[in-house]
Write a protein that binds this ligand. Sequence first.
Ligand SMILES: Cc1cc2nc3c(=O)[nH]c(=O)nc-3n(C[C@H](O)[C@H](O)[C@H](O)COP(=O)(O)OP(=O)(O)OC[C@H]3O[C@@H](n4cnc5c(N)ncnc54)[C@H](O)[C@@H]3O)c2cc1C
Length: 490
Amino acid sequence: MSSHQVDMIIIGGGINGMAIAGEAARLGLHIVLIEQNDIASGTSSKSTQLIHGGLRYLQQYDFSLVRKALREREVLLKMAPHLIKPMEFIIPDVPSKTPRWLKRVGLFAYDYLSGYHSLPKAHILHLNNHFLKSDIHSGLVYSDAVTQDSRLVVEWALLAKQYGARILNYQAIQSLKETDTGWCVELEQASYEAPVIVNATGPWVSQSHQRYFSDFDIPKMRLVKGSHLVLKKELPDDKAYFLECEDGRIIFLTPYEPGYSLLGTTELTYEGGLDKLKMTETEISYLLECVNRYVQVPFSRADIAASFAGLRPLLDDQVHDAHHLSRDYRLLLQESKKGHTLLTVLGGKLTTHRRLALDALILLGKNRKNWPRIKEEPILLPGGEAFDEKPYGFVPEAVLKRYRGSYGTLCRAWLEGKRTLLDLGEHFGAGLYQAEVDYLLAQEWVLRAEDLLWRRTRLGLNLDEVAVEKLEKYINTVIPAFAGMTKTLL
Ligand SMILES: Cc1cc2nc3c(=O)[nH]c(=O)nc-3n(C[C@H](O)[C@H](O)[C@H](O)COP(=O)(O)OP(=O)(O)OC[C@H]3O[C@@H](n4cnc5c(N)ncnc54)[C@H](O)[C@@H]3O)c2cc1C
């Protein structure tokens, strides 16, 4: 077994752990990140995909979170222009618990809190799109942004790797203990020691804290389950909808992959097991009933292509219900008697991950000599550069569009030098060619077909069983070569 001394060990490969890895590696720190499953397999692939200030948090007077998230929205739009896209959200004008004037004031405040921003300001829209019920003639429109959550995590992982971090997925921690010289984590084939350890395990934070750091206290967390439906229907005009349900809760209907839309989310306090979470029938009925209050042609169970459920880890103030608990994060810095540091990440939104990572590094540097100067200026995420597509005219437009929106310039890695589709190798179906699969196996930590089908791409929606089987077979034959490479990297 090889052993390595690093500056920081991060446990958890969701958006928060990965952004800390990326920002820390950028500072020249030696980082290892350990993920028990696949990258982004936790909450960071189960979100509503919004990069937003959170219009509804204004109802809870959480102005500081809304302002912080809106500023991050603006920064992230520039950091990953290929992956984070502006989106207009329509609030249909129907009688609701929130009076019309209050909605307008809310949108005015939302624009105001974002300060200078590049997105269009809120306005009124006359509707005639045959999608909403015919008695809905107008709506308020505001702007936010949408992303592909798991790809955002992967791009932070690529950034971290670019700066020398080791990103290890599917790694079970065999033991984690504190020695006189630091925190020591043993994996199956290697061990790592560092003076600083970060617990960024999202919904697992209380569980992993109990297992590895029970000498320290942490605040009580509440897990809130949220589920989404992927519907087989494309939305008109590439616009999203902000819909108030009968109970006053807001859900979103947003464009998803071509031919699909995403509907969610539910919000239920959760106390069950953390793995293999599923959406329940009651949640499905709730979302369908809510959306069907607005649309001309009702959605039914036959329109459901897929569903997914995730858990929000929220700081439990013991007072509010799930809907009213703050979505902001807290960073807890604790020193052991031996002088080693534990940083625990509590809560946090997808939108605020970069700010969380910078705040974590600032906090860690407070009492530390020789800590590098924090780099607040944002960096372009891998793939975010301007993309000259001219040399790739041989790729079908729908496939190129997917490459552009998911990978940006990263797809040059497998397109460079190719002249025809035949050069991309075997076609597995739905525009997935061997060249892309090989790139994902070699560069993006894919070890199983599901990593590729649901977290590096969303092609799981479009590939049939036969194609998936073919892909699994291919991965299983190729993976031993990559597994060998991983071993030497460890
Ligand atoms: C339904 C829903 C919708 C949401 N929508 C939005 C949205 O639209 N916009 C937004 O900004 N935010 C949204 N959020 C919030 C956002 O998704 C989460 O805050 C964010 O993804 C949390 O990231 P994380 O890195 O903290 O946790 P996770 O992504 O869960 O990552 C934690 C990782 O730690 C790993 N782990 C756990 N234990 C161990 C261990 N012992 N060893 C190694 N690894 C371990 C897990 O496998 C997991 O991959 C939503 C959340 C939910 C639930």
